[in-house]
Design a protein around this ligand. Structure first.
Ligand SMILES: [Cu+2]
Length: 254
């Protein structure tokens, strides 16, 4: 790394008079490191981290998507804070701090980005759906009908090969929160068709639907979406073969 080479050169400085080091020591002592200030800042950042953990726990159940990159970023920020503070005291030059900080960022940023993309797509999908449910657009885009009122919850049991219950109704534009409890021995999902049943009676073969929740065998999956324009739609399990075997239900939008 180019920046890394600049630092050792400055620490040697062979032509420097030994008296300068004494003066430097005295200057650092006089500077009185603001330990309390650094401590308070670190405490605030930690409080934010704890807040994020509890917030995500409440909103997304057991989903850890989203908070990992944020926490990683905060950890990097904390590390930089400490490093830059003491770099500043030692070298008395912001230039070195900037070089060092840029080096750390160049290393940390790709890691944060990699973490975001390493998350499994279905989980990201349900998080996006949840975020879009708030009322300002979301996945349905600007054509989504507006609805004022609380979302409805749909708690369904899934197994080989059924949904119980197998009917769901909502108002156009209303948020629908889905909890799929998989009591079977293979993975199941909850997906809804994009087009009404009359236009696409088999969305699992046309692939014209979206997965809202997925639940591995014996566990629970969550997700949410916004009810589209009025009509009769289908919800189904998008694991190949499952819808044909009976994992289909009707979704009526009034
Ligand atoms: Cu299934």
């Amino acid at each position: 790394m180019e920046h890394g080479q600049a630092i050792p050169q400055t620490t040697i400085e062979p032509h420097r008079d030994p008296g300068d080091f004494v003066a430097e020591e005295a200057r650092i002592k006089k500077a009185k490191p603001n330990y309390i200030g650094v401590f308070i800042l670190l405490a605030i950042l930690t409080a934010i981290e704890i807040g994020i953990v509890s917030l995500f726990h409440k909103e997304n159940g057991n989903s850890t998507v989203g908070r990992v990159p944020i926490l990683l970023g905060l950890t990097v920020a904390k590390g930089l804070l400490v490093i830059l503070y003491y770099m500043h005291l030692k070298f008395d030059s912001r230039l070195y701090s900037i070089f060092f900080g840029a080096g750390v960022l160049a290393f940390a940023l790709p890691m944060v980005i990699a973490f975001i993309f390493l998350m499994s797509p279905p989980q990201l999908h349900s998080v996006r759906a949840e975020a879009g449910e708030g009322g300002t657009g979301g996945e349905q885009g600007p054509t989504a009908p507006s609805f004022v009122g609380p979302p409805i919850t749909f708690d369904a049991e899934g197994g080989e090969f059924y949904f119980k219950p197998d009917a769901l109704a909502a108002q156009a534009g209303q948020g629908v929160r889905v909890t799929l409890t998989n009591v079977g021995s293979v993975e199941h999902t909850f997906a809804i068709s994009n087009k009404p049943k009359s236009e696409d009676p088999t969305p699992w073969t046309t692939n014209d639907g979206k997965e809202i929740a997925h639940a591995p065998a014996g566990s629970t999956g969550k997700g949410s979406f916004k009810a589209p324009t009025p009509g009769e739609y289908l919800f189904y399990c998008d694991v190949p073969g499952h819808a044909q075997a009976g994992m289909v239900g009707t979704f009526t939008v009034q």
